[in-house]
Design a protein around this ligand. Structure first.
Ligand code: GLA
Length: 438
């Protein structure tokens, strides 16, 4: 549902129809000289139009050399989307991620009862538009995001073997169904313990506790290989039924099983805040462990839920270098850039939450200077993606436009403006900064 106020005064409607520009001419006599000048200008304009017709206007689709720009879409496709939204999806994005319909609790709410209705429609929509699909997600390592039956056996807890068997059946069924049709899979999501004790997201429902920016000392350039902060015997994984039953084995087996079910899909481990020192160290420990044990991991999904003023450019860059050095790809899997700071939500034991719940600073629209600052930060991020083109395989925005963003309800209800398009599907300054560098 589209909610909230209109964004961005002064933003131009995006030309999604690729129509020609034919402006009318004044119908009065021209002097010879003027006629020559007008003819020359018209010729130049027609060349420009021909160039644009040949290459098309700037789009996100063609923005990154050798990497897709994608978008995550919730709800049913195409029925839950307006014509303008569908045009945006088709024109701008090369790859689609289902926001929810491929999560385990949606696909297999009860053991053995699979429901592929929405997921099939999603894949069919992408295929009809010549777009790739990024599968999300096979195992989400949070108990509140996993159907309860996975961990139960009658009245007692399921054994390690039963949990693994259920996981493998799920993966085989889902990945096997879309074999050759889904380009990549988030095989395991959010299994790592947090960067600190506050970000395990225990009360965050479907979201996550990505308290980025505030506690992270942006720009510390932690460019080593990830030893900082986490000892070898430090906790690696967040507590969950998966971890309790199997340790790290569920991760190893999940990758092996996904590879068997579709040898050609790019297999990713996906998580948030992995640029922060302790979590980054845990991530690198995990991927080295997986590589050492022959688990077929191809890359890491770096979620990328950032907030204005808190984008950790240097640490992101260092992460690309570290993961690239291990022979892995990086996918920026859930990109957005919130304009309403949220990191204090997790600070001081949640002491600021009541106050923050009352706060909705951009309910009536996002001021131009904030949109400009957001544009600069998005532009800088894409320049970083260009610098690491050999490592970055895809950049996916988490939701289509500001009105569709999950952040309007996370971690409290407020009007957010985190994406490249406003609530009317108009390109924001950030779109121009990303596509044309302006
Ligand atoms: C995490 C998950 C996503 C989604 C977002 C919030 O990042 O990986 O599937 O639930 O939270 O929308």
């Amino acid at each position: 549902m589209i909610t909230g106020a209109h964004a961005g005064k002064g933003s131009e409607p995006l030309r999604v129809d690729r129509a020609g520009h034919g402006a009318g001419h004044a119908a009065r006599p021209l002097s010879c000289l003027r006629a020559v000048i007008v003819a020359a200008v018209a010729l130049a304009a027609s060349h420009a139009a021909a160039d644009e017709a040949a290459t098309g206007p700037a789009t996100l689709r063609s923005r990154l050399a050798g990497a897709d720009v994608g978008v995550a879409l919730g709800g049913r496709l195409p029925g839950d989307y307006t014509a303008a939204e569908l045009a945006l999806v088709r024109d701008q994005f090369a790859c689609l991620t289902p926001e929810n319909c491929m999560k385990m609790q949606h696909l297999q709410p009860e053991e053995g009862r699979f429901d592929f209705t929405e997921a099939d429609a999603f894949v069919a929509f992408a295929e009809a538009n010549g777009q790739r699909v990024a599968g999300h997600v096979l195992v989400w390592a949070r108990d509140e995001c996993t159907p309860g039956w996975v961990f139960r056996d009658g009245d007692g807890p399921a054994s390690r073997a039963l949990v693994l068997e259920r996981m493998q059946t799920h993966i085989r069924t889902v990945v096997g169904r879309y074999r050759g049709r889904i380009a990549s899979w988030d095989v395991v999501n959010e299994a790592l313990a947090g960067d600190d004790d506050n970000d395990n997201g225990d009360d965050n429902g479907d979201g996550n506790g990505d308290g980025n920016g505030g506690d992270s000392g942006a720009g510390d350039g932690n460019g080593g290989d990830g030893g900082a902060g986490a000892d070898e015997d430090d906790t690696l994984l967040r507590p969950s039924g998966w971890e309790q039953a199997t340790g790290t084995e569920f991760i190893e087996k999940a990758f092996a099983c996904a590879r068997e079910a579709d040898p050609d899909a790019l297999l990713l481990y996906n998580d948030y805040n992995t640029d922060l020192p302790r979590k980054r160290a845990r991530l690198l420990r995990l991927v080295r462990h997986l590589l050492d044990h022959g688990a077929p991991i191809d890359g890491v999904g770096v979620q990328g839920h950032f907030e204005l003023g808190g984008v950790p450019y240097e640490r992101l860059e260092a992460l690309c270098v570290a993961l690239g050095g291990l022979g892995l790809k990086v996918v920026v899997s859930e990109l957005d850039l919130a304009v309403v700071p949220r990191h204090r939500w997790w600070a001081d034991g949640g002491a600021h939450r009541e106050e923050m719940r009352q706060s909705d600073p951009y309910a009536a629209g996002c001021p131009d200077e904030v949109l400009r600052a957001q544009a600069d930060e998005y532009g800088r991020l894409f320049a970083l993606f260009d610098r690491h083109a050999g490592v970055i395989d895809r950049v996916t925005f988490w939701n289509l436009h500001d009105g569709r963003s999950w952040l309007n309800a996370f971690p409290w209800d407020h009007v957010e403006h985190p994406l490249l398009f406003d609530r009317e599907c108009r390109a924001k300054p950030a779109f121009d900064a990303v596509t044309t560098g302006r």
